[in-house]
Design a protein around this ligand. Structure first.
Ligand code: SF4
Length: 585
């Protein structure tokens, strides 16, 4: 026994944890409705109606938000009857049906808040009035709303076609895409775009320069062709255009020492055009005319980042920032013309530079929504770039991006197929949701907490019901153990910490009444989707997959009409252990 008297830093004499000892950096985003013991979101206080709406606290040295909004670039208001765009109507104080729909879908915003964010330029409702006549369900992109995900579709000259792309559209929406971009560069571009717009319930974006140069030399691009193509696509119902008007002749010398030059298709095409003709970017010189066409149909700008970095080596360089400055100027000019604007961003950015990239855009573009591609935070995992980029995307959304453009496993390697689209969408839904939780956006964390309650109660059916991809979760569970009981194959009965916690009377763990279950039971036979998932994994023999897909109670040793489970089909612990050994290994 020690005779030593307790010292102030002697941990053996402490009582229960004193939260004041390590004050958590809470700033006020409350994660409303959150269950459990976490202190809540560490993000900035949500100031809907301010420039820091749902954002991370600024690391010292980060650019301050701009003190301007779209209101500062507002010419004399148009007469109400001539207002066309959501921005123009918002400026007049009108809550459009589309804004009301956005508020309903978001849940945490009132229609008036949506209107005010649109009027300030911090939110867009990309809804071409032609597309509204088809199946479009209006949504919003802006930091006050939930983080959105875009999926790129489109045939290339060597792969796919219209039918396959429409199928990919439906698949992308099923897996959570909030908007899609038709980036076709091959096949019948016009028919493909038409089919996608008519079938799509989500906004459709395009990069119109692609169709301008199909069948032509880049050098043959003319002002007339540019304006005609924009008019045509606006009339078709495209909701937003990527316009690379920010890459200027003066920027090209800044690219020459880059490791990987220009990686944006639009940026490289326009650079070649400018060098060939010795003229300024035609999208820049025609910008006012472009705005007029877009305003007429309420097509939103996605101001393209033609000089985005194509590798970590070129991130946040002078070329990228010089173009961003011009995008800020173009944002102001588009707002003055009554056109809605979002701005595109990088690309490939080391993790430590992501916050700066988001906050410098917030300043230069006065809070216009930022739409970023990833960014990839490392370059050395081709085949896994949906993962490398979703890590950057999570950080980007937390620090201010409003929409994340998905990246699939095929990035840098080929045209995504159906499953690549799913993998990309899932990775980006994870990024978007993780950021929304961290930012304390109402309606986000509740989902996690519900699933945690089901998990704590070992209520497998609810667990899977609440998961983003129930078929995959169920199939992976049943691959090892097709009994819903009080453990899974990961640790087995004896080592299941969740089961043990649940049995401790003093703990609340697993005792939520809504998730109580009476008896373990053999899970349902696999659905065709679940069967396919297991077949593709190739871990089980075809016979075993077949058994899971067509199993009966007898297969588990149970009686007809009676639930089968480890405590039901077996007489005692010894037999339960046997079952565990047989099923779990
Ligand atoms: S067995 Fe392990 S992984 Fe499975 S529920 Fe229990 S603690 Fe979780």
């Amino acid at each position: 026994m020690s005779n030593r008297s307790p010292q102030p830093d002697d941990r053996s004499h402490r009582g229960p944890f004193d939260p004041e000892a390590y004050p958590a950096p809470r700033h006020g985003a409350p994660n409303p409705g959150a269950a459990g013991t976490t202190p809540g979101s560490f993000a900035a206080h949500p100031e809907i109606g301010g420039p820091r709406t749902y954002s991370s606290p600024d690391t010292p040295g980060m650019p301050e938000p701009s003190d301007k909004t779209a209101w500062d670039f507002n010419p004399a208001p148009r007469p109400a009857e001539t207002a066309v765009t959501q921005l123009e109507k918002a400026r007049l104080g009108v809550v459009t049906p589309e804004m009301a729909r956005v508020a309903k879908r978001e849940g945490h915003l009132t229609p008036e808040q949506v209107r005010d964010e649109v009027a300030a330029g911090r939110m867009i409702v990309p809804a071409n009035r032609v597309h509204l006549g088809y199946r479009l369900d209006p949504m919003a992109i802006g930091r006050a709303s939930h983080t959105k995900v875009n999926a790129n579709l489109g045939a290339s000259p060597v792969s796919s076609g219209t039918e396959a792309e429409v199928e990919k559209l439906e698949w992308a929406v099923r897996w959570g895409a909030d908007t899609v971009m038709d980036l076709s560069t091959g096949g019948d571009l016009d028919a493909c775009r038409d089919a996608i717009i008519q079938a799509s319930t989500v906004p459709v974006g395009t990069v119109p320069i692609y169709s301008m140069i199909v069948g032509r030399q880049i050098e043959d691009l003319t002002d007339e062709l540019i304006l005609e193509t924009l008019e045509h696509q606006a009339r078709q119902g495209v909701d937003y255009f990527t316009i690379h008007a920010g890459v200027l002749r003066e920027h090209l010398p800044l690219v020459k020492d880059r490791v990987i030059g220009i990686v944006s298709r639009g940026g490289s095409i326009l650079a070649k055009w400018m060098l060939h003709h010795g003229r300024q970017n035609p999208f820049y010189t025609l910008f006012d005319e472009v705005c007029d066409i877009m305003r007429e149909y309420d097509v939103s700008f996605s101001l393209g980042d033609g000089l985005r970095p194509g590798g970590l080596s070129d991130a946040t360089d002078a070329a990228q920032l010089a173009e961003l400055e011009v995008l800020g100027e173009l944002t102001e000019r588009a707002w003055a013309k009554g056109v809605q604007v979002m701005v595109e961003g990088p690309g490939h950015v080391p993790f430590d530079q992501v916050e700066y990239n988001m906050k410098v855009q917030r300043r230069i573009c006065h809070g216009a929504p930022f739409y970023v591609l990833g960014p990839l935070v490392t370059d050395v995992f081709p085949g896994y770039d949906h993962i490398t980029s979703s890590i950057g995307a999570t950080a980007a959304a937390y620090h201010g991006a409003a929409m994340l453009c998905y990246v699939t496993p095929k990035e840098h390697l080929g045209l995504p197929k159906r499953d690549d689209v799913k993998q990309g969408c899932v990775a980006y839904r994870i990024a978007a949701h993780s950021a929304d939780v961290a930012l304390g956006i109402p309606g986000s964390r509740e989902w996690d907490d519900e699933l945690t309650k089901a998990r704590a109660a070992l209520h497998w059916e609810k667990h899977f019901e609440l998961s983003f991809d129930p078929d995959t979760a169920r199939a992976l569970h049943d691959e090892d153990l097709d009994v819903d009981t009080d453990f899974c194959a990961m640790c087995g009965h004896d080592w299941c910490a969740v089961r043990i916690s649940k049995t401790i009377q003093e703990f609340a763990s697993g005792k939520d009444e809504g998730y109580a279950w009476e008896k373990p039971k053999v899970s349902e036979a696999l659905t065709p989707e679940q069967r396919t998932i297991l077949e593709q994994r190739g871990v089980l023999s075809p016979e075993e997959v077949h058994r899971l897909a067509s199993k009966t109670l007898q297969a588990m040793g149970g009686e007809e009409g009676k639930a089968a489970c480890h405590s039901d089909v077996v007489a005692d612990d010894r037999v339960a252990e046997e079952l565990q050994r047989r099923e779990v290994g």
